[in-house]
Design a protein around this ligand. Structure first.
Ligand code: MEV
Length: 427
């Protein structure tokens, strides 16, 4: 199978599905992509359902990740995102594509003790009770160990609310790390936190507060790396080495300035969230974890890194990814199941590596555009297609109308309608 499908973007959506079949990317039934989520299935997912709500599901092509061809489903409403990652994936193939690694699926849970009287004593009591708590934890998810997961460790932390001008409050937190195998893990962690809480209260004599997972999943990091030869970055006006230097300079701007880092990371999340949504994952959890991790040294930083090493541009990303391939909407949403089949992943760690690679690709695409022509040229080209369709262009007329709108730099619907009239009159 190959993820290089020349001219893929020029096809009609149904022809694209058939091309994926012809290139061996999909072997299963194509109907989940055609029909989507039924109202009956939606009604099982959330409350008070009145409808379903569709978004575009595109596929990014050209990816070579850890030596394997990958076609990556992406659900996103923003133009240029799928095109940008596909372009970057094509650029970096000759340098070997992306290399990834992901930690085991270690999630953190917290049981909070509120306003404790003697924090040192409470910490000591909990430390002493750890063998009992470990034993109790074993009984909560008995089948998880068979799937390669289970309790990993406990930590006891003293934290203090000491905001100036307010009364100080000492808290103690029993924190545990649970290997959730191929799940995202929120339900398993929250159940365990609630089940341990009565013992935590009993052994300390203190009042339990919250019992919940932490979305700062910093024991569940994924990494991706890419090396780019400057020649691949050359544009019509700029030498490749100049572009590579500009990309590294753009990254340094994000490292130095949180105002820039927020936008830089928004671009990273354009890629990460789109794959998360397509695979039925909780993108809010991923977002909160990513941004908290980005601020781990007390200053909000970029999630990626770009620098010139031995004459080549080296890019990397390290990001917490709470990603599952089982549970949640994965069971009920037919397109999610189909998208996971299309990716051909065997488990959560493999999917996390792909997601990290897409985040890195998205960021590289954005930095390359920003450091050279700016992003508006590409955006306006995509916008022009929507304007052409709004003005009434049929699918076979869209390309010609779009070209004319870009040539004249006039993207109004009136202009598109005028271009369409002339095109049709000319036969
Ligand atoms: C737009 O959705 C994302 C960018 O703003 C990211 C960036 O500035 O790096 C283009």
């Amino acid at each position: 199978m190959s993820s290089r499908i020349p001219g893929f973007y020029k096809l009609h959506p149904d022809e694209r599905l058939r091309a994926l079949e012809a290139f061996g990317v999909v072997t299963d039934d194509l109907s989940p992509w055609r029909s989507g989520l039924s109202l009956e299935a939606a009604d099982l997912m959330v409350e008070n359902v009145v409808s379903t709500f569709s978004l575009p599901c595109g596929v990014a092509v050209n990816f070579l990740i850890d030596g394997r061809e990958r076609v990556v489903p992406m659900v996103v409403e923003e133009p240029s995102v799928v095109a940008a990652v596909s372009n970057v994936a094509r650029l970096v193939r000759k340098d070997g594509g992306f290399r990834t690694s992901s930690d085991p699926s270690h999630m953190i849970g917290q049981v909070q003790l509120m306003a404790v009287r003697d924090p040192a004593d409470t910490v000591a009591r909990l430390q002493e009770a750890l063998p009992r708590l470990r034993e109790e934890a074993r009984g909560v998810h008995p089948r998880l160990e068979e799937r390669g997961g289970g309790l990993v460790s406990f930590e006891v932390r003293h934290v203090a609310y000491d905001e100036p001008g307010h009364v100080r409050e000492d808290m103690v937190v029993l924190q545990f790390v649970l290997d959730v195998a191929d799940a995202m893990g929120a339900n398993m962690v929250n159940t365990l936190a609630e089940r341990l809480a009565p013992t935590v209260a009993e052994v300390t004599g203190e009042q339990v507060g919250l019992r919940i997972l932490s979305n700062l999943a910093d024991r569940r990091l994924s990494r991706a790396r890419v090396t780019v030869s400057p020649a691949s970055l050359q544009t019509e006006d700029l030498d490749g080495m100049e572009v590579a230097e500009r990309i590294a300079a753009a990254w340094r701007f994000a490292w130095a300035d949180p105002y820039r880092a927020a936008t830089h990371n928004k671009g990273v999340m354009n890629g990460i969230d789109a794959v998360a949504v397509a695979t039925g994952n909780d993108w809010r959890a991923i977002e909160s974890g990513a941004h908290a991790f980005a601020a781990r040294d007390g200053h909000y930083r970029p999630l990626t890194r770009f620098e010139l090493v031995d004459g080549k541009l080296e890019g990397s990303i390290e990001v917490p990814l709470q990603i599952g391939t089982v549970g949640g909407p994965i069971r009920v949403h037919p397109t999610v199941k189909a998208n996971l089949g299309l990716l051909g992943v065997t488990g959560a760690r493999e999917l996390s590596g792909i997601v990290a690679a897409v985040g890195l690709a998205q960021n590289l695409g954005a930095l390359k555009a920003l450091a050279t022509d700016g992003i508006q040229a590409g955006h306006m080209r995509m916008h022009a297609r929507t304007v052409a369709a709004t003005a009434g262009a049929e699918p076979h007329e869209v390309a010609a109308v779009t070209r004319e709108l870009c040539r004249k730099h006039d993207f109004s619907v009136e202009h598109a309608a005028e271009v369409l009239r002339r095109l049709r009159a000319a036969g």
